[in-house]
Design a protein around this ligand. Structure first.
Ligand SMILES: *[C@@H]1O[C@H](CO)[C@@H](O)[C@H](O)[C@H]1NC(C)=O
Length: 272
């Protein structure tokens, strides 16, 4: 039974790790390109295919390209505008640390089972860290989603044309050849929020490990029959084996007989 729960735990953390990898790989590994054309009145100085490359961490003010000025062969260096590195790096950092933490948690859980449950310290730390990480996932994903929408505007070929001085002259024609592909970065935002949901859901799983819910459900038991039923069904099944060792050694018979009732929630609440 304990083995079964350990494998559930590992499966869960495996998914958590996979999602974290997706989040930082899709964001951190991104590079995109847009392409604009500057069609001067004197055709010789035109450049109909100016490629502009940019990548993570989106310090766009450092991205530059050469555009014709439409006066002979003279060219000017044009820089994009904006710096979105803080949000992008924050997002990737959270993803990497979430990955490392879940890797460590799995290792500790598997190899140091006894230490993990000793004094409830493992579950306690796990609970606090999980709450912090869910919050961080929410904050960093939101910040990154906002930054991404700004990056999309700043690298839109129609916006980039406005930076080229030759395009301000009516007689020259500027156009967009193609914009950048966003599917990778859109995916990273989706995975960011999926990670938040996963970690927030994990709070409940880790909370059960702390054993606090047992006290809470006993208190809530008398409150309402319906609540008692839904509250007790799971803790009863899970709780009885996740700490069965400590019941036996500490001789916590009161709890054992209470949870040991056969017949489940209905007979339990009738008893109350
Ligand atoms: C047009 O701009 C690109 C840079 O994007 C450059 O490599 C190419 O040589 C330019 N072409 C002309 C005709 O100036």
């Amino acid at each position: 039974m304990a083995l079964e729960q350990a494998s559930d735990f590992c499966l869960l953390y495996f998914i958590v790790q996979l999602f974290a990898i997706f989040a930082f790989a899709t964001c951190g590994g991104y590079s995109g390109q847009l392409r604009v054309s500057v069609d001067c009145m004197e055709k010789a100085s035109s450049n109909l295919s100016i490629g502009i490359d940019f990548a993570y961490p989106f310090r766009l003010y450092q991205v530059s390209f050469e555009a014709p000025v439409c006066e002979g062969t003279r060219r000017e260096r044009v820089f994009l505008i904006g710096d979105y590195s803080s949000s992008a790096e924050f997002f990737v950092t959270i993803a990497v640390f979430a990955f490392l933490y879940s890797l460590m948690a799995t290792t500790v859980y598997i190899f140091l089972q006894n230490k993990y449950h000793e004094n409830n310290r493992g579950p306690l730390i796990d609970f606090v860290v999980t709450v912090v990480f869910s919050f961080m996932w929410l904050v960093s994903s939101s910040a990154w989603a906002k930054a991404l929408s700004d990056v999309k505007v700043a690298t839109d070929p129609d916006e980039v044309q406005l930076l080229i001085s030759a395009c301000k002259v009516q007689t020259n024609k500027c156009g967009s050849v193609h914009g950048s592909r966003w599917s990778g970065l859109n995916t990273s935002v989706v995975f960011g929020f999926l990670n938040f949901v996963l970690w927030a859901g994990n709070i409940w799983f880790v909370f059960k490990e702390t054993g606090w819910h047992k006290g809470a459900s006993r208190l809530a038991g008398g409150a309402s029959e319906k609540q008692a039923g839904t509250f007790n069904q799971q803790p009863y099944n899970q709780g009885s084996f996740d700490q069965s060792g400590s019941y036996n050694t500490q001789g916590n018979l009161g709890q054992l007989s209470e949870y040991g009732q056969v017949g489940g929630p209905t007979s339990y609440s009738n008893q109350m």
